[in-house]
Design a protein around this ligand. Structure first.
Ligand SMILES: *Cc1c(COP(=O)(O)O)cnc(C)c1O
Ligand code: SF4
Length: 467
């Protein structure tokens, strides 16, 4: 065990456990489950990366070191794992980066958790490092901001789509950049082919947001996202948090962050930042207002002993955490992985909240799954653990319908891969379409999408069938 795990108390073995087991053996019981969700990765795993071979635990846990050594150039990233990954893979990834719409940003922590001897299969590699050979054509119906977040934004960086809650995009940077980011229309630096919407962390832009929230008394719930709260300075966390708490009708706030999944070190060693966030949560509690953190774990491998220590630091301060996962092909779309993720989140006191059907995003068609397979997966996950730790599987309906339960479509044709959703509480009278990835459809469906003349016919059929 490392210093880190020794310093944290473990639950004592209980006698009652033995007695209970003896009693349970006497009658039919639920089948035993795998308990490997408790086996968190520990030890100096990062030292397999040649340039981290001499990095000790204290350095690796230092958030400044993590930030400073975060890789933002494809050449550097590939050089860091040269000799670990095959030359064939490295060439494939170099070409993948060249044509990708999203910028590169990979933390040392993420880099170290990837199995470089098998990078094609690795679930973390798939999320951050594109390969050219696996690329599929985008769906013909893909549009840039597929969720229509900008259309529902009364001021820059505030999407007010639902009656009593709004999404505040505080900034446009993140500790890492995910290939599959829905917000690639704004997040990260401009790419060769794409000029992005600017959502910088500017006081003037924030003032306009606070003013809007203040004059809409129905807004009780603010999601602070981005970009990513992990990249806000302590002072900025305080400004955002306290200005929003000052608005009487704001009752609930969530800081949404990929940070716990990709750089948990910050919660352990950036005390100023940690205390700023905890300060907002505690003042909220005194005011009767609920402030939480929403995390974004997609695979059980992202949760290590370091994560457990970081989440425990929040938990011990009374900060609650919920997780949102993006369902991705070859990452977490099998029941064994998803159940392990759900149990492992619960094990570190992070409540699984949502599993999102992958949005229609440029350049990542290979990561999307069908609505049918999401429904099957949901069936296998539900019942595997406590109900309050069971995520809801949702589709964020393209075109601004908002989140809908994946099962709740008005119509679904697994051949064309078109599902039709309605959102009576958000946009009454409108229908919203989600499109499965074409390569996952039966041959008949693939043939129809290959023929442009069929596209509007398929859509009309789906809308007619939905009634
Ligand atoms: C997801 C989202 C929210 C929050 O929705 P919940 O279902 O409460 O988690 C709010 N506004 C927008 C625009 C969103 O996309
Ligand atoms: S951390 Fe979130 S906002 Fe940032 S790139 Fe990843 S998915 Fe997008």
């Amino acid at each position: 065990m490392t210093q880190l795990s020794r310093s944290l108390p473990q639950a004592p073995e209980s006698e009652a456990e033995e007695k209970g087991a003896a009693a349970a053996a006497a009658r039919p019981i639920a089948p035993p489950i795998a308990t490997d969700h408790r086996d968190l990765r520990d030890g100096a795993f990062w030292q397999v990366i040649p340039s981290f071979a001499d990095i000790d635990e204290a350095t690796f846990l230092d958030h400044k070191w993590q930030m400073k050594n975060t890789i933002t150039k494809p050449e550097k990233l590939l050089a860091a794992v040269k000799g670990l990954a095959s030359d064939e893979f490295l060439a494939d990834a170099a070409e993948g980066f060249r044509i990708a719409p999203m910028a590169v940003r990979v933390s040392p922590y993420m880099l170290s958790l990837i199995d470089w001897t098998n990078p094609y299969e690795d679930p973390i590699r798939r999320q951050f490092i594109p390969t050219n050979s696996t690329r599929l054509a985008d769906h013909p119906k893909l549009t840039f901001d597929s969720l229509g977040e900008q259309a529902d934004a009364p001021v820059d960086g505030l999407t007010h789509r639902y009656p009593d809650k709004a999404l505040l995009l505080a900034l446009d940077t993140c500790p890492v950049y995910c290939r599959f980011c829905t917000r690639s229309y704004a997040v990260g630096p401009d790419q060769e082919m794409i000029e992005k919407v600017s959502l910088k962390a500017s006081p003037k832009r924030w003032d306009a947001i606070f003013a809007y929230v203040a004059r809409r008394p129905e807004l009780e719930d603010i999601v602070i996202s981005g970009g990513d709260a992990w990249n806000l300075r302590a002072k900025q966390i305080e400004t955002l948090g306290h200005r929003l708490l000052d608005i009487p009708h704001v009752r609930r706030m969530r800081f949404a962050s990929k940070g716990p999944a990709v750089m948990p070190q910050k919660a352990l060693t950036d005390d100023e930042w940690f205390n700023a966030l905890v300060g907002v949560v505690k003042r909220g509690r005194e005011l009767g207002k609920d402030v939480m953190i929403h995390t974004h774990f997609n695979h059980p491998n992202e949760i290590t002993e370091i994560t457990r220590a970081a989440m425990q630091r929040f938990f011990a301060e009374g900060v609650h955490l919920r997780n949102q996962t993006v369902l991705q092909r070859g990452v977490n779309d099998d029941a064994e992985t998803m159940v392990r993720l759900v149990r492992r989140c619960a094990y570190v006191n992070v409540h699984p909240y949502y599993v999102y059907q992958h949005d229609l995003v440029k350049g990542v068609e290979e990561l999307r799954t069908t609505v049918g397979s999401a429904k099957d997966l949901e069936k296998l996950v539900r019942g595997s653990t406590a109900g309050f730790n069971t995520p809801t599987f949702v589709v964020d309906a393209p075109g601004g319908g908002g989140k809908r339960g994946v099962h709740s479509h008005e119509h679904y044709n697994p051949v064309t891969g078109i599902s039709v959703y309605t959102a009576p509480s958000v946009k009454p009278g409108k229908s919203f379409l989600y499109f499965d990835p074409v390569d996952q459809l039966p041959e008949e469906g693939q043939a129809r999408w290959a023929n442009e003349g069929e596209h509007s016919k398929m859509i009309d059929e789906a809308l007619a069938a939905a009634g």
